[in-house]
Design a protein around this ligand. Structure first.
Ligand SMILES: Cc1cc2nc3c(=O)[nH]c(=O)nc-3n(C[C@H](O)[C@H](O)[C@H](O)COP(=O)(O)OP(=O)(O)OC[C@H]3O[C@@H](n4cnc5c(N)ncnc54)[C@H](O)[C@@H]3O)c2cc1C
Ligand SMILES: NC(=O)c1ccc[n+]([C@@H]2O[C@H](COP(=O)([O-])OP(=O)(O)OC[C@H]3O[C@@H](n4cnc5c(N)ncnc54)[C@H](OP(=O)(O)O)[C@@H]3O)[C@@H](O)[C@H]2O)c1
Length: 501
């Protein structure tokens, strides 16, 4: 690429797994003059940072979306500036609970050039240490700007029409010595959003819920603030939701709360059998909360005298820093639950020098690696294949939205079983191609046999009808204990039978 339109500076928002691999991929190009990773927390790690005291004293606002509960901060009129420290809730803490372990086999979750300290489904501190160490191992530490929140991201016009738009970031750093917020601005050629989407908890709107939560303060909470079953000992608890959090929280509560633990399910999970496990009673979706404290379900049944209600109803993506006015449109469509004008869950139709890493709920770390390498190559001008025309990108967005609606799937879900994940990764693989002959640029990893086998055979929890799980170790490597099914034992040996995983 000629010097005139050359991309020189890159800002990455967030130092979780997506930010770490994006920084590594851009550094490996040995092309960019300035790479910065802005992270609002005190350390890299993102979702995997553990906050023992999550301070849950927020009012319950059922049905509220991030634009209401996580609005942008007021930016000082002139910068740089020092102000009194911000008091507004920014949802920077994470939802990690004490017993959380990963639910993706380590070989498929880690980046391709470095394994987790150990496997298979590991405690939460392992990915946190891994991400932190990844910055050091790749000498990316210098790029980190910690304790610094991106409060505004605005498009500015570029001096060269060939280089696309540029970006102005407004940054806020808490200065603990002066107990003040320090504000300043920086400009970049390219911005990569790696800000995650599991920060702002979502509680659905239910008739009477707001009044109920006001009448019984502290009784309703979100799983973001759950840490262990201890505070609920002997209490009568109702859990709402049946995805990963709902399953984990309900199962863990069985050991300490009043039996049964009630679990309200809208959909069946892949772990559900015909009947609920010991100590759990399934309920349908809640239809209303009555003023006398009674909870009524859609099947007409009721519950009284519940001590604690834990909403495990997920999160909503939030982009409070996105300046809608300067950038001409919002970032997220909360009705369709999707990025606006995106392409391939990564690129933008209307912003050449903006991209997002980490959005789809798929292989996480490993798929972020494909996204990051493709982007690094694209912005260094060394990409092997081009992005399609805006028309093709628009068609992709429309067709994906229609197909996913028909199939009752979320827009950013990318399935493994149908081959969709491989097709998705293949496009990044094609865009990236090889690095240079002299070694600049990371090479996109291969999806090798062991990794594919692990994804298809290793499960953290038993799935009914899919055979018993066994704790096994691979003959070739006794250091790796894993759980697989009995029918897949050819080159594996049993080390321990595991019941009730
Ligand atoms: C409870 C829970 C359990 C999970 N378990 C698994 C699992 O077992 N396996 C798996 O593969 N995935 C799991 N995930 C998904 C997990 O989110 C991904 O594994 C991965 O960590 C996402 O990385 P990320 O970098 O995209 O986002 P994050 O890890 O969320 O990192 C984003 C970073 O951006 C920072 N940030 C946000 N906004 C700003 C701003 N304005 N300015 C500066 N910094 C900002 C945040 O502080 C954060 O550090 C789990 C998620 C949750 C919530
Ligand atoms: N490592 C682990 O073991 C672990 C543990 C916890 C979380 N996680 C990860 O964390 C992320 C978030 O998981 P999550 O379980 O917190 O959220 P989630 O996967 O988004 O699940 C939300 C749950 O709430 C239900 N729900 C949403 N709106 C509802 C409504 N209006 N009424 C009734 N039910 C409603 C959903 O039902 P429907 O299915 O019907 O939509 C679903 O069961 C995921 O990536 C997950 O894998 C991992």
């Amino acid at each position: 690429m000629k010097e005139e339109g050359r991309i020189k500076s890159v800002a990455i928002i967030g130092a979780g797994a997506a930010g770490a691999i994006t920084a590594a991929a851009f550094q490996a190009e040995n092309y960019f003059d300035k790479i910065r990773v802005f992270e609002r927390r005190e350390t890299p790690g993102g979702t995997w940072i553990y906050d023992p005291d999550p301070k849950p004293d927020l009012p319950i606002t059922p049905g509220s979306l991030p634009p209401d509960v996580d609005p942008r901060l007021e930016i000082p009129s002139s910068l740089p500036r020092i102000t009194a420290p911000n008091q507004q809730e920014r949802y920077a803490q994470t939802p990690i609970y004490d017993s959380l372990t990963t639910n993706v086999p380590d070989i498929a979750m880690c980046f391709s050039d470095q394994r987790f300290a150990y496997g298979l489904f590991v405690p939460h501190h392992i990915p946190r240490q891994y991400i932190e160490n990844y910055f050091s191992a790749h000498k990316l530490d210098d790029f980190l700007v910690l304790n610094t929140t991106v409060e505004d991201l605005s498009k500015i016009s570029s001096s060269s029409p060939k280089s696309g738009e540029r970006w102005k970031l407004t940054l806020r750093k808490y200065d603990c010595f002066r107990h003040a917020d320090v504000w300043w601005e920086e400009e970049f050629d390219v911005v990569i959003l790696a800000n995650g989407h599991y920060s702002v908890p979502f509680i659905p709107e239910v008739k009477g819920l707001k009044e109920y939560s006001e009448k019984y303060p502290g009784r309703v909470m979100h799983s973001k603030y759950y840490r262990s079953p201890l505070p609920y000992t002997s209490q009568k608890v109702l859990v709402i939701g049946n995805s990963a959090s709902g399953h984990d929280v309900t199962t863990e509560l069985v050991s300490s709360v009043h039996h049964p633990v009630y679990q309200s399910r809208r959909s069946k999970s892949r772990w559900d059998d015909v009947d609920p496990p010991f100590g759990i009673a399934w309920k349908s979706v809640i239809s209303k909360y009555l003023p006398d404290g009674r909870i009524v379900f859609e099947d007409g049944t009721c519950l009284d005298n519940i001590d604690k209600i834990i909403y495990c109803t997920g999160y909503k993506a939030s982009f409070p820093f996105w300046n809608e006015k300067a950038n001409g449109r919002p970032m997220w469509d909360y009705e369709a639950n999707k990025i606006i004008k995106g392409y391939w869950h990564t690129f933008f139709q209307d912003f050449e020098n903006l991209a997002i890493v980490g959005l789809p709920r798929v292989l996480t770390f490993r798929s972020f690696e494909y996204q990051a390498i493709a982007l690094a190559r694209l912005y260094s001008g060394r990409n092997a294949a081009s992005l399609p025309s805006v028309e093709v990108m628009k068609r992709w967005e429309t067709e994906t939205e229609e197909n996913h609606k028909t199939e009752n799937r979320k827009f950013h879900d990318v399935e493994w079983e149908t081959g969709e994940t491989k097709e998705w990764l293949q496009r990044f693989f094609a865009i990236a191609g090889l690095g240079t002959l002299t070694g600049e640029g990371r090479i996109p990893p291969v999806l090798d046999k062991d990794l594919v086998w692990a994804i298809e055979h290793l499960r953290k929890y038993p799935e009914p009808g899919k055979g018993d799980l066994i704790m096994m170790t691979r003959k070739a490597s006794s250091s790796c204990d894993i759980r697989i099914r009995e029918e897949d034992v050819d080159d594996w040996e049993i080390v321990e039978h595991v019941q009730n995983l």
